[in-house]
Design a protein around this ligand. Structure first.
Ligand code: C2E
Ligand code: MG
Ligand code: MG
Length: 403
């Protein structure tokens, strides 16, 4: 049932219109002056507005101007009602964006025809605008994913999530010096969902904020528990999204979890990507400087895939450069990849950075990296990401790997 807002100061005219609209199965909303009319239009978002032109205080022109400025009400069909038939008023109303104009007295048929005409056009317009207005048209699979992600966070209290740990090995000593925490989601409805699927969704819905907080909390608690078990010299890296990194309370959150778990700040390494830094360079540097001055380590993840001019690295407060898996894959046989990686390692060392190669899968890749002085490796060759308990076993059994 279309809802029609009637803005008319003359009681008899307004009541008449309301009765007439009700009789025609519309749902009328009545406003006795321009100001009430604007308020009701904004709160009720009617399907059409009939508005008297001559009213004390806010007149019809004033109402139309106000409504056209608010995106919520700007496209609602607007029909002026007036006793005046002067051409100048008609033009002024239409020029201001009114959709139609009825001169009082009008017949019932005239009124209904104007209303139906406008409603029909508006319905078509809405149909035409709908796909563009809805920001993302999610496929049914994505809709299910989004609903499930909401539930996993807000109703199931993170129970479906688990943080895995992938060892990072120092090439020279064969020792596990660090691990990267990687989030896993085992949805009760969808089964195992890859972070490459749900992290972008969590980012676009803002759910990454509570989710990232939960990851950071879990990791800090885990570091404490490993410290208690005697594994002191382990740095754990945590991935962050740009949305989290740019939250005003990001540093406070990090500090809070470090303090609550009584950790040395350098047990924690924050992984961010080049593109995150480039999105808002000055603010990113400020956050990085603050974290770094507190003792938290900072790594640039997936290095080489973004567009960071290498010279920028010189000015960044970072400890570690993680060379993206793309450059490592088949490195021994690919002249370009090997040339780039050699240069990255050399340049990184000149800047006093630790170099980690990501995604090392073969002995050939490892031996190339060893030959060119890369510091550490992470990849399936050593281990896949593991649940905390399995990672702990791995730590116990592999105090030093013969690599
Ligand atoms: P990333 O930070 O670059 O993490 C490394 C990815 O490479 C992980 O994928 C890891 O499982 C995979 N990987 C490690 N070694 C190998 C290898 O030898 N071969 C191959 N093919 N892959 C290897 P994963 O766990 O699927 O995570 C994908 C991405 O999701 C991560 O990329 C990271 O950007 C994001 N992510 C994961 N956990 C979190 C989190 O807690 N928070 C945020 N914001 N992002 C996360
Ligand atoms: Mg990472
Ligand atoms: Mg990476």
């Amino acid at each position: 049932m279309p809802r029609i807002l009637v803005i008319e100061d003359e009681d008899s005219v307004r009541e008449n219109l309301v009765d007439l609209l009700e009789a025609e199965d519309f749902e009328p909303i009545a406003a006795a002056n321009g100001k009430i009319g604007i308020d009701l239009a904004t709160s009720e978002i009617p399907d059409l507005i009939l508005c008297d032109m001559m009213m004390p205080e806010v007149d019809g022109y004033g109402v139309l101007t106000a409504l056209r400025q608010d995106p919520l009400t700007a496209t609602i069909p607007f029909i002026f009602l007036t006793a005046k038939s002067a051409k100048a008023d008609f033009r002024q109303g239409m020029d201001m964006g009114a959709d139609d104009y009825l001169t009082k007295p009008f017949t019932r048929a005239e009124l209904l025809s104007a209303i139906m005409n406008r409603l029909e056009k508006y319905a078509n317009l809405k149909k035409y605008l709908a796909p563009k207005n809805t920001v993302i048209q999610l496929s049914p699979k994505m809709q299910l994913l989004e609903i499930s992600l909401h539930q996993a966070i807000n109703e199931h209290n993170f129970q479906e999530f688990e943080v895995y740990y992938q060892p990072i090995i120092d090439i020279a000593s064969g020792k596990i010096v660090a691990a990267e925490s990687l989030l896993r989601w085992k949805s009760s409805k969808l089964g195992m969902v890859s972070p490459t699927e749900f992290i972008p969704l969590a980012e676009s819905t803002g759910l990454i904020i509570p989710l990232g907080k939960w990851v950071l909390k879990s990791v800090c608690q885990q570091i404490r528990s490993w410290h208690n078990a005697g594994f002191y010299s382990l740095t754990i890296a945590v991935n962050f999204s740009v949305l989290e990194f740019n939250q005003p309370d990001f540093i406070d959150k990090v500090v809070n979890f470090i303090e609550t778990n009584n950790l040395q700040p350098n047990c924690l390494e924050i992984e961010i990507t080049e593109s995150m830094i480039m999105q808002d360079f000055n603010s990113a540097i400020a956050t990085m400087n603050k974290l770094h001055s507190l003792g938290v380590k900072i790594a640039i993840d997936d290095f080489g895939t973004g567009y960071t001019s290498l010279i920028y690295l010189k000015n960044l407060p970072i400890d570690t450069l993680k060379i993206d898996r793309y450059f490592i894959q088949n490195i021994a046989n690919d002249y370009q990849k090997s040339a780039i990686t050699k240069a990255l390692i050399q340049m990184g060392h000149n800047l006093n950075l630790q170099i980690v190669a990501e995604g090392v899968e073969t002995e050939a890749e490892l031996s190339f990296l060893r030959q060119h002085d890369c510091d550490s490796i992470q990849g399936f060759l050593i281990s896949r990401p593991l649940p905390a308990a399995e990672f702990e076993k791995f730590l116990l059994n592999n105090k030093s790997l013969s690599i």
